[in-house]
Design a protein around this ligand. Structure first.
Ligand code: TLP
Length: 347
């Protein structure tokens, strides 16, 4: 029985082309700036998102942390969504390691924060207050149904940041999903932000790594902060080689993941005992609730696992997350829908 692992797009495995590129990668000591594959990767990543420079980092979490540390000093404040990955799922790194104060603003169901809420969170000059330094956005928004922030929205937050002399960072772990869903060049989504991090090891299927992109001055300082975190990785071209293949080969196919997620959402909507907001399912992440009282959530997840379907119980007491990705085919969606139906009927 094939296991259909819908827990995350982080479970994707490297493609044959990636393994070949890794095997053949020309490498050197990246801390000396002498790894040709890393240098090529960083140039490609910067060009791709329209920034002057880029830095290869070990993970999305490290990318966001390096950016927070580079934008903010100890005691300074970051405005970010109360459902953002940086706030909920990065082990409090910015405060633990950077002494940076997170100030949360409500995320709306579509992943935005209201402009008035952002403006309201910006501190005035007062001896008692931390100094606001940075605003963070997330696109696509993981906990808000993989929702997509529009170019116009990002630009409007950038205008607020500029007006108040603040930096704007974008957690673009899945920024290529957003670009593909909107049918825009990714540069349009990153043009007005000061820094962006994006992941290679999610929908793009590379085994390891993320990129941080920004101005040359920002990246020079970010490189120093990466070193502080122990992220200077020597012959890292071995892994960045897969990242190059990821950027070149794996972006356009993300639309297949979105189509599969959409079909899954529509199928879930037809199953009695499950509840989903189909219209909110725009990319590769969907959430649904188990509303049938015939089965508890732990047994539901366990029964599915017995049928070869893996998903995450996350985001609410009876809520599950399903993520489509490279390796999940259209027929796997049919198998998953059949299993979901059976588990409820058999309970
Ligand atoms: N998200 C993971 C888990 O941590 C929840 C997942 O399975 O979705 N930003 C966003 C928006 C993310 O979704 C993630 C990972 C990260 C950053 C961190 O990336 P990594 O796992 O590479 O540190």
């Amino acid at each position: 029985m094939k296991s259909i692992d819908l827990r995350s797009d982080t479970v994707t495995l490297p493609t044959t082309l990636m393994r070949e590129a890794m095997c053949e990668a020309e490498v050197g000591d990246d801390v000396f700036g002498e790894d040709p594959t890393i240098n090529r990767f960083e140039q490609m990543a910067a060009e791709r998102v329209g920034k002057e420079a880029a830095l290869f980092v070990a993970s999305g979490t490290m990318g966001n942390l390096v950016c927070s540390l580079t934008h903010c000093a100890r005691g300074e404040e970051v405005i970010l969504g109360d459902k953002s990955h940086m706030f909920l799922n990065e082990a409090g790194g910015m405060s633990a390691l950077g002494g940076i104060h997170p100030h949360t603003v409500a995320n709306q169901p579509d992943g935005t924060m209201r402009l008035a809420d952002i403006e309201g969170a910006i501190r005035g000059s007062n001896l008692h207050y931390p100094r606001t330094r940075l605003i963070c956005l997330e696109n696509t928004h993981n906990s808000c149904n993989g929702s997509v922030l529009s170019v116009e929205y990002i630009d409007s937050v950038a205008a607020v940041a500029k007006r108040h002399g603040l930096w704007l960072h974008l957690d673009g772990a899945r920024i290529f999903n957003a670009a593909v869903a909107l049918g825009v060049d990714v540069k349009e989504l990153t043009g007005s932000v000061d820094s962006v991090s994006f992941c290679l090891s999610k929908g793009l299927s590379a085994p390891v790594g993320s990129a941080v992109c920004g101005s040359s001055d920002f990246i020079a300082e970010a490189r120093r902060n990466r070193k502080v975190l122990g992220g200077g990785m020597r012959q890292a071209g071995i892994i960045a080689a897969a990242g190059i293949v990821a950027m070149e080969q794996m972006v356009e196919r993300l639309k297949e993941d979105h189509a599969n997620a959409r079909r899954l959402a529509e199928g879930i909507d037809q199953i009695e005992g499950l509840s989903i907001d189909v219209a909110a399912s725009k990319t590769n992440i969907i959430y649904f609730d188990l509303i049938s009282d015939r089965i508890d959530i732990e047994s539901f997840v366990k029964q599915l696992e017995k049928k070869g379907i893996r998903l995450l119980h996350i985001g609410g007491p009876r809520r599950c997350r399903v993520v489509t990705h490279y390796g999940i085919e259209a027929e796997d969606i049919d198998v998953t829908l059949k299993a979901l139906k059976e588990v409820i009927e058999e309970s």
